[in-house]
Design a protein around this ligand. Structure first.
Ligand SMILES: Cc1cc2nc3c(=O)[nH]c(=O)nc-3n(C[C@H](O)[C@H](O)[C@H](O)COP(=O)(O)O)c2cc1C
Length: 370
């Protein structure tokens, strides 16, 4: 199944697997595609551990790293000795407490909450200074692809990636963003449609992909959002994509470290059970619809907090809810394709099935229309 993107990275199939979970990344790369680790959620020290583990297990296969580069976010400054509660307005804290109490979720001891909030802040590597820390680590590993999402890479990042022999990709939700990424100097574009899990724009994959393909040609484009089968992959290629970038399809696999109640919901949810909400990160992202997203969507709900402060509320609330395995509150980034995920299938098997269905459907179409 070789093409331009396969040649660029030495892949058997142009299927890219985004995940925050190292097991998914390694399995995807070993299955002949390319695993890409999301750095959001790791301190620089934790990331170093993850990358060392990947290097030991990936058998020399190519893998990538994804970095959040948001254009806007709240600059967080805590004075020495100041608790994180100083960052959070009383109105939103009281709103969350009331919601969790209503669902029978016990409070978290103050010390545990403080530790968790600080860890969450340290794991939010979104500022240029934090990017340098992350990249200093990344450049010590044999990473083949650096993906920049929510914003463009700086000239320095592009130059450092080039020196390290890495390719750069920009993940975009609109043609305008694709132009900005191209001007910044990336080598490929990931066009992510609105049905995708995680931060998302308003244009569907079906509409966005051909526009971006035409706009940035001959630069290769990966299609993302709503792709979890060989038929969907074939459709993406028909739209001009050189490969596919998938995130939700791995969530229920045994390699995924999503919490058990999230996996359970993914397996049982219909496509209509995701929603675009600011309540998960402070920016619009598609997540599992839940009692959490419903509450923040109510007319009397307070406004969500800007990134990264909303995450302080979310991580603590989800940690509290997980202790009592609260399925109604379980909120997690997930795309509309979860409606077609009904059993726990390994990453390797998903690759196998996608490639087989792609080839089979291609042949059927060929017979039907030639
Ligand atoms: C659980 C989850 C977390 C995500 N986190 C990020 C992230 O940190 N950075 C990023 O660039 N994309 C993130 N995404 C979006 C994916 O990179 C990808 O574009 C998207 O999942 C593709 O659409 P799909 O969900 O329909 O497969 C996330 C997606 C999911 C499902």
């Amino acid at each position: 199944m070789g093409n331009q993107v396969c040649t660029m990275f030495g892949l058997d199939a142009p299927i890219f697997a985004f995940s925050h979970c190292r097991d998914v990344v390694v399995e995807a790369s070993r299955a002949g595609g390319m695993g890409v680790l999301g750095t959001a959620g790791f301190t620089p020290e934790e990331l170093e551990i993850e990358l060392n583990w990947i290097d030991r297990h990936v058998h020399g296969k190519p893998y990538g790293l994804d970095l959040l580069m948001p254009v806007s976010y709240e600059t967080v400054r805590l004075k020495p000795g100041q608790p994180t509660s100083a960052l959070l307005p009383d109105q939103q804290v009281a709103f969350v407490d009331e919601l969790l109490t209503r669902h029978g979720v016990p409070a978290m001891p103050v010390e545990e909450s403080e530790t968790l909030r600080r860890a969450t802040l340290n794991r939010f590597t979104i500022t240029p200074t934090q990017h340098v820390q992350i990249l200093d680590i990344a450049f010590r590993h044999p990473i083949k692809l650096l993906v920049c999402s929510l914003g463009t890479p700086s000239a320095e990042t592009v130059a450092r990636a080039r020196t390290a022999g890495m390719k750069l990709a920009g993940l975009v939700g609109s043609p305008e963003h694709a132009c900005r990424q191209r001007e910044a100097g990336v080598d490929l574009i990931i066009a992510q449609g609105s049905e995708a899990g995680g931060h998302t724009g308003q244009i569907s994959t079906m509409v966005l992909t051909p526009q971006v393909v035409d706009l940035v040609a001959p630069m290769p484009v990966l299609a993302a959002g709503g792709i979890a089968s060989g038929r969907q992959m074939l459709a993406a290629m028909a739209l001009g994509a050189a490969g596919v970038w998938c995130g939700s399809v791995w969530l229920a696999s045994p390699q995924s470290d999503a919490p058990p109640e999230v996996k359970q919901r993914i397996l049982s949810a219909r496509s209509s059970e995701t929603i675009v909400s600011r309540s998960y990160s402070g920016k619009n992202s598609r997540v599992l619809k839940s009692a959490w997203t419903d509450a923040w969507a109510a007319v009397d709900a307070p406004p969500t907090l800007p990134m990264p402060l909303q995450s302080l509320l979310v991580k603590e609330a989800m940690a509290r809810a997980q202790k009592v395995r609260s399925e109604p509150l379980a909120t997690y980034p997930a795309g509309q394709v979860i409606g077609q995920i009904t059993s726990e299938i390994s990453v390797r098997q998903i690759y196998h099935d996608m490639i087989l269905e792609f080839a089979d459907q291609l042949e059927k179409l060929h017979k039907k229309y030639s």
